[in-house]
Design a protein around this ligand. Structure first.
Ligand SMILES: *Cc1c(COP(=O)(O)O)cnc(C)c1O
Length: 445
């Protein structure tokens, strides 16, 4: 569905908002919207031309009056297009350096719609420890409904080995390559430009193979996959983009108009669209994304360094630490703005790289009692799945987010009962470190 850009700046695409009418304030000022936060705060939030409202009203109407048949102001029916969804789509597209944004009722609905745009009987190459719901969609839904098969490939590690594994997995039926970086919960960093070059130079690969990056863990503040060569970037908005643990939503951003038109057609046909209120809340959350991500990153780095120095911790997994095997790839791949925002001493080479930290207790990985004691002794961290909110969350992947992964796969991926995952929130870092210290002490560690 293509909705023409209208005077109040509610066109469907980031480019239409900048190229749209000259009565449009946003049109006048678009060239000034250069920096990340300037875009996050202003794109999609242009003052309402009718009332002057600085924040877009919540447009609950399910339908829109037409002046004559087919003569409307850019909206007909809210499933096909809604002003609040549109605002959010334009804002995220701009932050991901894409021209098109398409919002959905969840991150999982983005995945489902992308898969629905692939030919029946085609083949997917996916990173091996992909998000559980994505794994489930590939193996239990896309196979049954579209005859799509998926090869799961370890995409991190020595360059030669990655090359060999990816080259072996690609077939002439391959239609989609699915990357998630860093992965979850073991935070493996995938070299996106390397994977892109392997796909593009593969003798069997069609030039139409689409490369998707799930950027949920980094957010566009830390990582812009379209700039790294991906065709589409997707997010579970539920996590950092909204950032306040009160919305379930998803979004895709891309520059490929033909594919975007097809996805927009499916968005309208399948109808897994977000509500106006959720779109409005997510746009509100998005305005502070850079402040939140900077704080999540600085605090996660400090916590990773604290845990690294603790005698009861066997390994700390944080790509910003020089000890992480993907540290150099992380350094190359992180946005310049995120690198230069970190002004603390860089003597150690460490830098903030998102707000997720995983660590292993120095105990038997088949015994869940020590982790259970640590987790139940915490006072600030909430024991919960999910991530990316202002509040710190902690979980045991082996029994919670990754409980359904087969034991042998969990062992191979290093997800024992001693592996703990933290989503570092925005509380005072010193309080969080003290909470971890007392909980480790309470567990006798
Ligand atoms: C949560 C999550 C999803 C799924 O998003 P929902 O909004 O929960 O449907 C996809 N990918 C990653 C990396 C996630 O963390």
């Amino acid at each position: 569905m293509t909705v023409p850009a209208v005077a109040n700046g509610s066109g469907h695409t980031a480019s239409s908002s900048t190229a749209s009418s000259s009565q449009n304030d946003a049109g006048h000022h678009a060239a000034a919207f250069q920096g990340f936060s300037t875009k996050a705060i202003h794109i999609g939030s242009e003052p309402n031309p009718a009332t002057g409202a600085v924040i877009p009203p919540i447009s609950l109407s399910s339908t829109f009056a037409q002046d004559g048949i087919g003569n409307h102001k850019g909206y007909e029916y809210s499933r096909s297009g809604n002003p609040n969804r549109d605002s959010f789509e334009r804002a995220v597209a701009a932050l991901e350096n894409g021209t098109r944004g398409l919002a959905f009722s969840s991150g999982s609905a983005v995945t489902a719609t992308i898969l629905n745009s692939m030919p029946a009987g085609s083949h997917v190459v996916s990173v091996n420890d992909v998000y559980g719901g994505t794994y489930r969609y590939f193996t239990k839904v896309a196979t049954a409904s579209q005859g799509i098969t998926t090869s799961f490939v370890q995409m991190d590690g020595a360059k030669d080995e990655v090359k060999e594994r990816v080259n072996q997995a690609i077939r002439k039926e391959t239609s989609l390559v699915w990357i998630e970086t860093p992965t979850n919960p073991t935070l493996r960093v995938i070299d996106v430009p390397l994977i892109v070059s392997l796909v593009r130079s593969h003798p069997l690969a069609s030039p139409d193979v689409k490369i998707v990056v799930d950027n949920t863990f980094m957010s566009p503040w830390f990582q812009n996959p379209l700039d790294l060569g991906a065709d589409l970037v997707m997010h579970s908005v539920t996590k950092y983009l909204n950032g306040h643990s009160d919305v379930v939503m998803g979004i895709a951003a891309l520059n490929d108009d033909e594919w975007a038109d097809r996805l927009a057609f499916l968005q309208n046909s399948i109808g897994a669209v977000p509500s106006p209120f959720d779109s409005w809340l997510a746009l509100r959350g998005l305005k502070t994304l850079s402040l939140r991500m900077k704080a999540h990153g600085e605090s996660a780095l400090a916590i990773a360094q604290y845990l690294d120095s603790h005698p009861a911790i066997e390994t700390v997994i944080y790509p910003g630490l020089p000890s992480h095997p993907g540290h150099e790839v992380a350094r190359r791949q992180v946005t310049k703005r995120a690198r230069s925002a970190h002004t603390a001493s860089t003597e150690s080479g460490a830098f903030p790289y998102g707000g997720m930290v995983s660590f292993r207790l120095k105990v038997d990985p088949s015994d869940d009692a020590p982790a259970d004691k640590v987790l139940s002794s915490l006072r600030i961290f909430t024991l919960a799945e999910s991530l990316g909110g202002v509040e710190s969350l902690i979980e045991l992947p082996s029994k919670m987010t990754h409980g359904s992964v087969a034991l042998e796969d969990r062992i191979r991926l290093g997800i024992g009962h001693n592996l703990i995952r933290v989503s570092v929130g925005l509380e005072e870092t010193s309080d969080l470190i003290e909470d971890l210290r007392q909980a480790l002490a309470a567990a006798g560690l």
